[in-house]
Design a protein around this ligand. Structure first.
Ligand SMILES: [Zn+2]
Length: 255
């Protein structure tokens, strides 16, 4: 009898130890991710090792609820990595945050036209990416060429995929209008409008280093300025301190 009790107690203790020590299930990112991210994604390269770890965890989460599909192309691992990284960059400082207005990213092989044609014979293939509406609701279309170009040049201020994800953040309040009401405190909305309009005026007077496309509408200004913010933060801070501070507020930590 004493043996049975002893065995039962030992079993109980063992169970308690094993149960307690059961590790929290955290998915381990594939080993090759780091190398690819470190080489191609400057934003990631500049993070500390613990931030890089967090970045990869956020990518795992992103890929768990967003489907990436290749359209007339075979999706490569690096395609998925770069799309996920583009999605994480604008929301990296947000805690446990997911895009509520996106479920699929369609990757097209090339730039495309307004009819979403990208074949060799198609005319007017100028579009690098877009956030879908209508039957493409909750979808984003990206040109693979533009996606890779966005990460290939480390000194320009452009990144198509990041640009499109910023449109999704702008859209959170229901209107993609360049006024990110979910990202800015109410008291910062008027100052934001003031900064935005003066910077757009400078662009349209050919007196700015911000890409011309930012002068076409408030919507595009916000996305273009955000590209600059994530690609060349120090240059933006130096050249446009007021705009930099406002974007810092937009993309800072929140629950
Ligand atoms: Zn745009």
């Amino acid at each position: 009898m004493i043996y049975i009790i002893t065995i039962a107690v030992i079993a109980g203790i063992l169970f308690a130890i094993l149960y307690k020590k059961k590790p929290v299930e955290i998915e381990t990112p594939p080993k090759h991710w780091h190398q690819i991210l470190d080489t191609h994604v400057l934003y990631y390269h500049k993070l500390t090792p613990s931030e890089q770890h967090l970045f990869q965890q956020k990518m795992i989460d992103f890929l768990s609820y967003i489907t990436i599909e290749g359209v007339q192309l075979t999706l490569e691992d690096k395609d998925r990595i770069l799309v996920a990284a583009s999605g994480i960059i604008p929301i990296f400082k947000f805690d446990h945050w997911r895009y509520p207005n996106l479920n699929t990213v369609l990757l097209y092989p090339d730039y495309f036209n307004e009819d979403l044609e990208f074949n060799a014979s198609a005319e007017g293939k100028k579009i690098a990416g877009l956030v879908g509406t209508g039957r493409f609701k909750n979808q984003m279309i990206l040109s693979k060429k533009a996606l890779y170009h966005g990460f290939s040049n480390k000194t320009d201020k452009n990144n198509t995929a990041v640009h499109e994800f910023v449109h999704l953040l702008d859209k959170l309040d229901g209107a993609t209008d360049g006024i990110p009401e979910r990202l800015l405190e109410q008291e910062n909305i008027l100052p934001w409008l003031h900064i935005m309009h003066s910077k757009m005026e400078a662009i349209n007077n050919y007196n700015s280093d911000i890409r011309n496309y930012g002068g076409t509408s408030q919507t595009e200004f916000f996305a273009v300025a955000a590209e600059y913010f994530f690609e060349r933060p120090q240059l933006l801070e130096q050249k446009h301190p007021d705009l930099y501070q406002m974007l810092l507020k937009c993309f800072s930590k929140r629950e």
